[in-house]
Design a binder for this molecule. Structure first.
Ligand code: 5GP
Length: 205
C-alpha cells in the first residue's frame, strides 16, 4: 500500500539531565525505524563510551564559531559552558531521506525550533520529583560542582514546561516509553499530515 502519511515531522524532546531522556530516546528510535535522531555538534569533550558522529559531532570552539558565522546552524545554544548546535545540513539530509526527526535539545533550542517550524511537536520529560532527580544525578560519576550546576539548571528548565505540547513524567520507563510512542503515533495520524492526493487517488472515482 502507498505511504499515506507525510514524513519530515520534527519531534523535540527536552528534559533536565537525570530524567532518563537518553534511554527513552534510544528505546523510541529502536521502536520506530522511520524516526531518526538529529546528531548535534558540540564543543563538549566526549564522555567515555561516546563516539564522534554517533552521539555528537565533537568539534573545537573555533570550528563551532566558524559554523555560526557561516550560518550552518538552525539553532545553537550554550549549555553548562559548552556550545551545542543543530546543523541545517543534518536536518535537510534526514528530511530528504524521508524520515521523521527527533531532536534532543534544551529549552532554548526548543523555543527556537518552534519559532522556525511551528508544526514541530515539543515534548518535555519530567522526573517524578526534584528529590528523585538529585538522587539520580548523585549516582553518576560526576564532580559535585557539575551536579550542582545540573540541579540548578533543571529548576530553570522545568519552569519552561508550558512551552511544550506534551508532558511525560518518567516515573516508570516502560510507561513513559509507551506514552512517547502514543504521542508520535497520534501526531503522525493527524489529518494535516496525510497525503491528501493519495487518499483522493484511492477514494475518488
Ligand atoms: P549533554 O552534554 O548531557 O549531552 O547535553 C547537555 C544538554 O544540551 C542537554 O539538555 C541536551 O538536550 C542539550 N543539547 C544537545 N544538543 C543540543 C543542540 O543541538 N542544541 C541545543 N539547544 N541543545 C542541545
Amino acid at each position: 500500500m502507498m505511504e499515506l502519511y507525510k514524513r519530515g515531522n520534527i519531534f523535540v524532546i527536552s528534559a533536565p539531565s537525570g530524567t532518563g531522556k537518553t534511554t527513552l530516546c534510544e528505546r523510541l528510535l529502536k521502536a520506530l525505524p522511520d524516526l531518526k535522531m538529529s546528531i548535534s555538534h558540540t564543543t563538549r569533550k566526549p564522555r567515555p563510551g561516546e563516539t564522534n558522529g554517533v552521539d555528537y559531532f565533537f568539534v573545537d570552539k573555533k570550528t563551532f564559531e566558524e559554523m555560526i558565522s557561516k550560518e550552518e546552524f538552525i539553532e545553537w545554544a550554550e549549555v553548562y559552558g559548552n556550545f551545542y548546535g543543530t546543523s541545517k545540513n543534518v536536518i535537510s539530509q534526514l528530511m530528504k531521506q524521508g524520515y521523521d526527526i527527533l531532536l534532543d535539545i534544551d529549552t532554548q533550542g526548543a523555543k527556537n525550533i518552534k519559532k522556525l517550524y511551528p508544526e514541530s511537536i515539543l515534548i518535555f520529560i519530567l522526573p517524578p520529583s526534584m528529590k528523585e532527580l538529585e538522587r539520580r544525578l548523585l549516582q553518576r560519576n560526576e564532580d559535585k560542582d557539575t551536579i550542582k550546576k545540573r540541579v540548578s539548571k533543571a529548576g530553570e528548565e522545568i519552569s519552561q514546561y508550558k512551552l511544550y505540547d506534551y508532558i511525560v513524567i518518567n516515573d516508570n520507563l516502560e510507561k513513559a516509553l509507551n506514552e512517547l510512542l502514543c504521542i508520535v503515533c497520534a501526531e503522525r495520524l493527524k489529518t494535516k499530515r496525510i497525503k491528501h492526493n493519495e487518499i483522493e487517488k484511492i477514494f475518488t472515482k
